[in-house]
Design a binder for this molecule. Sequence first.
Ligand SMILES: [Zn+2]
Length: 317
Amino acid sequence: MIQTVLGPCSPNDLGVTLMHEHLLIGWPGWDSDTAAPPFQRREAVKMCVDRMHELKSLGLRTFLDPCPIDLARDAEFMAEVAQATGVHIICATGLYKEDQGAAPYFKFRGQFTDAVSEMTETFVKELTEGIGGSGIKAGILKVATQAHRISPYEESVLRAAARAAKATGARITTHTDEGTMGREQLDIFAAEGVDLKHVIVGHSCGSADLRYHVDMLDRGCMLGFDRFGLEILQPDRLRKAALIGLLGIGFEQQIVLSHDSVWCWRGRPLPVPTSMVPNWNPTHVFKNIVPALREAGVPQAKIDAMLIDNPRRFFSA
Ligand SMILES: [Zn+2]
């Protein structure tokens, strides 16, 4: 069974799934911006509910929000949206990368204690007992690395997640930057004894280097082509070209699709100009990417594999 924010669910009931989207993000330090207008929680829930209904009309049944603990993860907010829409929402435990996460706490403790053990304990508790006093259990582990290097702090988070995964059977999903360090993430998980088919290397579409992709796929993991629409980081043309190539050589059982969209921000509203990212919204895969794949000759069965079968396989295999 998979833990959703409203309780356990069978992998067979997941249906069409977006494996990497965010209802709500707050960069660490958002709560220092005390002049920001107060968070309009009810309006934010309503906006998320409306968007989720639109996604539901396009076939969506399940939504994985891999917000790590330190980016203002709010499992109760997710539960309200799940309750109001009937869409399964899965939340995460885990910590973000060093340069943009809340690393100081465990880095400081690490001078005096075994911080990896403490992180492991935190992750296991959130997976098995629940988050705070909410009773809501995390359904996946989320970790992250920066571009071109893994810092010692990030390595300790990855090791803690690996140990929590082994202790609980939970799956791991990751963040990578600029299509780098996925192979090194897998090296750390493998060294800790994690079955790599229980790992999604996220944002792998940040690279169009098929050698990078095939190296990882040959080790059995899944890859997230999960930033469609984020054209300022990598053009969709390159994401599509790499995806179509990998599907053409038979890797449709190891790829999941998503957008990494962010629906609400803590702190001040963030004026991201839509002209910079016109397609960065969670319907883009359904409205534009799937038709483009069909036009390129990708059979429907391979599209269904990425959107339906792989999320089920990932959580049940
Ligand atoms: Zn993300």
